[in-house]
Design a protein around this ligand. Structure first.
Ligand code: GDD
Ligand code: MN
Length: 395
């Protein structure tokens, strides 16, 4: 059925081809002169993959919203070469509406499609929404309007503020999934619904972004963090189930989300990212240590149990530090790194012991509270371990 499209696409040779379909002259002409603060130029960016059936419903709705809100603007559809009728449908729509179709060939991905669209956009306000009619187009003026407050730098069409909600058809799993994903992002932003794909920001904010590299679906979250948006306004929306077609959110995307979160935390924490990660892994190592110890105490002597538990914790810490904290130096030989790591941990333990002994033997308060001396010993050992890991084992 899509064969005519495929033929048409053969003429589009460059990897990414803009088909500037009869952009309504009004859109750009009207903008230059009598611009006032409330004369907004909006670029609505709609990433699509196989949404041909939804576009003829979505586009008129967006234009109605433009009219109702007294907005002028354009609709940029960024399609990843869908094997359906998207091209033909957009062609038809462009005759009547300010639609630009941007087809990317040989590239897939929601987030990169959105960024691509933002780079093409001519509006002062960039608004992103899904094509599947999950996002209420009539809320566009409210989202755009919220940006006229100079203090607001990001607006979300939010499911999780009073008045917002999701379709009843949302299964428990999807709900839980969304909640967990949101919770993991909590320290990155105060937004209630940072996962949303319905949001708006100023063009300047987008242009100020530091090195955008989203690995998954959460382009909104990426922009909030990388554009350092602090004042986020959330407009309640009702998120409905898609009308036609199916969601492209797969398990792979969820794993990508975890990778994405790691990068965002690294960005946010800057130079502290590695020590914090190292510390957290160290804490998890303590849990491993105590668990193994408790289990082995049933089977073997306390000394042997202690020794094995320490070995397990070290190996655990090594594995996760190699995987996460120092993932950039994974190309070096693993055994070599392991030996260096274990050696520095052992020296770290000696330092811990030495500091403890010094404090305990010489200062009254530490003699009275040995735990305090132990804590300082642990801290010194950990700092030493970190430095050795960073500059020796995982150099
Ligand atoms: N260009 C392009 N390339 N567009 C894509 C791609 C892609 O690889 N994958 C998905 N899209 C488009 C879809 O066609 C749709 O318009 C929009 O991106 C959202 O895709 P869905 O597949 O409908 O995603 P969803 O409903 O599971 O997820 C939505 O809700 C989430 C919150 O629950 C999105 O808005 C997410 O961003 C949001 O996090
Ligand atoms: Mn959807």
């Amino acid at each position: 059925q899509g064969s005519s499209n495929c033929d048409a696409r053969r003429f589009l040779s460059s990897p990414s081809t803009t088909i500037s379909l009869a952009v309504r002259a009004k859109v750009n002409a009207e903008l230059t002169d009598q611009d006032s603060d409330n004369d907004c130029r909006v670029s609505v960016i709609v990433p699509t993959y196989c949404e041909a059936k939804n576009l003829p419903i979505l586009v008129p709705r967006i234009c109605e919203a433009f009219e109702e809100g007294g907005l002028t603007g354009e609709i940029i559809i960024v399609d990843d070469d869908s094997p359906d009728q998207t091209l033909a449908v957009c062609d038809e729509l462009a005759a009547r509406y300010p639609v630009r179709l941007e087809i990317r060939q040989g590239e897939r991905g929601l987030s990169s499609a959105v960024i691509h669209g933002m780079r093409m956009a001519r509006g002062q306000v960039l608004l992103v929404m899904d094509a599947d009619l999950s996002h209420p187009a009539h809320k566009i003026p409210e989202l755009v309007g919220a940006l006229s407050d100079k203090n607001t730098d990001f607006v979300i069409g939010s499911r999780y503020v009073p008045g917002g909600g999701t379709d009843e058809n949302w299964g428990f799993f999807r709900w839980l999934n969304s909640k967990v994903a949101t919770g993991l992002a909590r320290p990155l932003t105060s937004a209630r619904d940072p996962m949303a794909g319905f949001f708006a920001l100023r063009r300047e904010s987008f242009q100020s972004a530091n090195a955008l590299d989203p690995v998954g679906y959460k382009i909104g979250l990426e922009l909030i963090v990388k554009c350092r948006c602090r004042n986020i306004h959330e407009v309640p929306i009702y998120f409905s189930d898609r009308l036609h077609g199916e969601s492209k959110l797969s398990l792979k995307e969820q794993l990508n989300y975890l990778r994405h979160l790691k990068r965002l935390y690294e960005f946010k924490l800057g130079v502290w990212a590695q020590p914090v990660m190292f510390g957290l892994i160290g804490l998890s190592g303590v849990v491993v240590d105590l668990t193994v110890l408790s289990l082995l105490l049933y089977a073997v002597s306390a000394y042997l149990a202690r020794a094995v538990a320490i070995g397990c914790a070290m190996t655990w810490n090594f594995y996760w530090n190699r995987q996460l904290t120092f993932s950039k130096s994974r190309r070096r030989h693993v055994l070599h790194q392991y030996v260096l790591f274990v050696m520095s941990c052992s020296v770290g333990a000696l330092i811990d012991m030495g500091v403890f002994s010094l404090l305990y033997a010489n200062i009254a308060i530490f003699t009275a509270i040995p735990q305090l001396a132990a804590m300082i010993g642990i801290l010194c050992g950990a700092v030493f371990n970190f430095l050795m890991s960073k500059y020796v084992a995982f150099k």
